[in-house]
Ligand binder design. Structure first.
Ligand SMILES: [Zn+2]
Length: 119
């Protein structure tokens, strides 16, 4: 159950990255699909696996080799912790969900506050 919670948290962290990047630019969080901000190439599913894709690609775009900020895997990992840790402590339930939402709000704030010039 904890592993499932971590996986859900990783995906939520990935979504928080999208929100933090696109909303300040007035872009939709749903369309267009994920793409490299440097070369515009649409990212494949294998490029979007939280944390793992960034590690395997050594922090660079697969298509243009532009650097990808460490913010992405960091926020994804924090999302995994934000959901996984409360479930590990209290088990699945309302208390864990409430704690996870609070922690995800903090993670989302950190993602939004990250200097985008370094992205
Ligand atoms: Zn690129």
């Amino acid at each position: 159950m904890v592993l499932l919670a971590v996986l859900v948290g990783l995906c939520l962290g990935s979504f928080l990255n999208v929100v933090a990047w696109r909303l300040p630019r007035g872009e939709s969080v749903l369309w267009p699909p994920s793409h490299c901000p440097a070369c515009g190439h649409r990212l494949a599913v294998r490029d979007l696996v939280p944390v793992l894709s960034w590690v395997l690609l050594r922090g660079r775009c697969r298509y243009c080799r532009a650097p990808v900020s460490v913010r992405y895997p960091l926020v994804e990992a924090l999302g995994g912790i934000a959901v996984g840790l409360p479930v590990a402590i209290w088990g699945p339930g309302f208390g864990a969900m409430r704690a996870s939402l609070g922690l995800l709000a903090v993670v989302g704030f950190l993602s939004a506050a990250w200097p985008k010039a370094a992205a």
